[in-house]
Write a protein that binds this ligand. Structure first.
Ligand SMILES: Nc1ncnc2c1ncn2[C@@H]1O[C@H](COP(=O)(O)OP(=O)(O)OP(=O)(O)O)[C@@H](O)[C@H]1O
Length: 259
């Protein structure tokens, strides 16, 4: 079986610190994962390794069938979308929303080529998938935080990625904007031929039923990975957080409270 992400025994050291230790993680195409961990647990470090921005000290990394060390990483990166708050800061605030989306075609910030009719049509399609086509012709900075997230996901889709990393996309959103964004993400997850999603979060409340697999990171190590329904329960999470928690499940969504 070919995995689209295959990390074997990945350890990453910086100075005298081990930031990732013996990480094994295999992701199949079309299998959407949530990646959960507290602040500083190593989530971003892991994503940096998957994107080839950092190299493991020990272990092997295969992404989309390519072994890091024997492949052209910048080329490979075109197949991986990564939407994060640091991206949001880079976007030119006075650009129109559709220009921001089109810039995802070459992962540029801003547009440096004339826009073809096909690019515009595709951008509008991507905006429609994310439920934000109504924002066309709006200046990016006049959009709400939730709308900006949708634009940035549409931008990432423009390059037709096989893997799409959504790095804490609901940060800074109120409960209504959060639910709207999660609905659009669910639609995207169900899109035939769409990317495999990796949803990074601190909050189990955001993990909807489309994320059937989970990886729990703690202090740079995989605490556990497997089916979400097996992982998101009181016993497993109390042990993971090293603190007693209660977990409720309703309508295929979860909530957690400290006991
Ligand atoms: N380049 C680096 N050099 C040294 N230490 C680093 C480097 N990158 C990350 N770290 C450290 O590794 C640990 C894990 O950081 P990382 O950003 O991967 O965690 P995270 O799970 O993404 O956290 P958060 O949820 O707060 O974003 C932290 O203690 C961080 O300070």
């Amino acid at each position: 079986m070919e995995y689209i992400i295959d990390l074997e025994n990945v350890t990453w050291e910086r100075g005298n610190r081990t930031l990732l230790k013996n990480v094994d993680w295999q992701v199949k195409k079309g299998e959407h994962w949530a990646l959960l961990g507290l602040n500083g647990s190593g989530k971003t470090s892991l994503l940096n390794i998957i994107n080839g921005y950092e190299w493991p000290t020990i272990g092997t990394v295969h992404v989309l069938g390519n072994r890091f060390g024997a492949t052209n990483v910048p080329e490979l990166r075109k197949s991986i979308g990564w939407v994060s708050s640091s991206l949001q800061e880079k976007i030119y605030k006075t650009d129109l929303t559709q220009a921001v989306v089109i810039s995802g075609k070459h992962a540029s910030i801003g547009l440096y080529e004339s826009v073809s009719k096909e690019d515009l049509t595709r951008a509008l399609e991507m905006m429609e998938i994310m439920g934000c086509q109504y924002l066309v012709n709006r200046v990016y900075d006049t959009c709400s935080q939730g709308e900006k997230q949708k634009i940035l996901i549409a931008r990432a889709l423009m390059a037709n990625p096989q893997i799409l990393i959504l790095d804490e996309p609901c940060n800074g959103l109120d409960i209504f904007s959060r639910e709207k964004l999660l609905n659009s993400i669910n639609d995207l997850a169900c899109l035939s031929g769409g990317p495999t999603l990796i949803y990074v979060t601190h909050h189990i409340e955001e993990i909807s039923q489309v994320f059937q697999k989970m990886l729990l990171l703690r202090r740079g190590e995989v605490y556990t990975s497997g089916r979400t329904i097996d992982v998101l329960n009181e016993e497993a999470l109390s042990s993971f957080f090293e603190y007693p928690v209660s977990v409720e499940q309703r309508d295929e969504r979860y909530s957690i409270q400290l006991k």
